[in-house]
Design a protein around this ligand. Sequence first.
Ligand code: PBG
Length: 321
Amino acid sequence: MIDRPRRLRQTPALRSLVAETRLHPRELVLPVFVAEGANEPRPIASMPGVVQHSIGSLQELSRRAVGAGIGGLMLFGVPEHKDATGSGAVDPDGILNVALGTVRDVVGDDLVVMADTCLDEFTDHGHCGVLDARGRVDNDATNEIYAAMAVAQARAGAHVVGPSGMMDGQVGVIREGLDAAGLEDTVILAYAAKYASAFFGPFREAVQSSLQGDRRTYQQDSANIVESLREIDLDIAQGADLVMVKPAMSYLDVVAAAADRSTVPVAAYQVSGEYSMITAAAANGWIDRKAAALESLVSIRRAGAQVVLTYFALEVSDWLG
Ligand code: PBG
């Protein structure tokens, strides 16, 4: 026998030498929740190990993230008061904008500060946009608010805005709004292919979402991949600097296709449900938490994602040493 593939698997050193994919903390972005009015971190029951931060604990976390050498933080705000138009999102004193300023003051340019540019945390109906007279999500009116929101986020300190609402044309309108405000250096990470997913379940608790119903008129059907390629092309044409696929693990074919097609870097988001499944199974002693987390992340990188958003980011940095 000439071909003995096992030869290269004999020792850890040999296996590492020929590893085709490596994880590095610099490629990982930690999603972070910040709650208005919180005096200390509040646990999120459906995501053990993840909390809603106070401004104080956010400063501490930001210092830890710099020390850990991860790539960045993606911030989500949890406001005390919500209204029909999500006005807290564009208010410079709104919780997300205050949090962005807090983080940026701590980290400077040492890591990348990202903002979720979406209204669902701020609206009392829980939808990602404003509603028209018939109660439908109004695409174009929502885009105008996204543009104002992105400007507020960039002014607050975000290096990157992340439109995640899946409105048509959102990237173009945000780019125009940023440029008109003299913010042409602000990066847009477009959630290009975002699916209406059951794996967002724990996130809804994390941001105390008030959503009734679902997001199926704007987020994509999990049956489709060609549609994702179209979304990616549109977002790149409108000025996206990075494109993202979300969730990750059930959509690795989409990640691979995106990596193949995209002329900008591709990111993938290992979402709340993916984190919670691994965490819950590990808590029951059914799988090894560290091994499963690392395997899932290597798989997302292998599929073609250059950047991975993951709630495991800080732990991975510890694990990798
Ligand atoms: C929308 C948004 C969601 C997530 C990130 N951005 C929720 C949704 O679309 O319902 C989910 C992230 C996760 O599940 O970890 N602002």
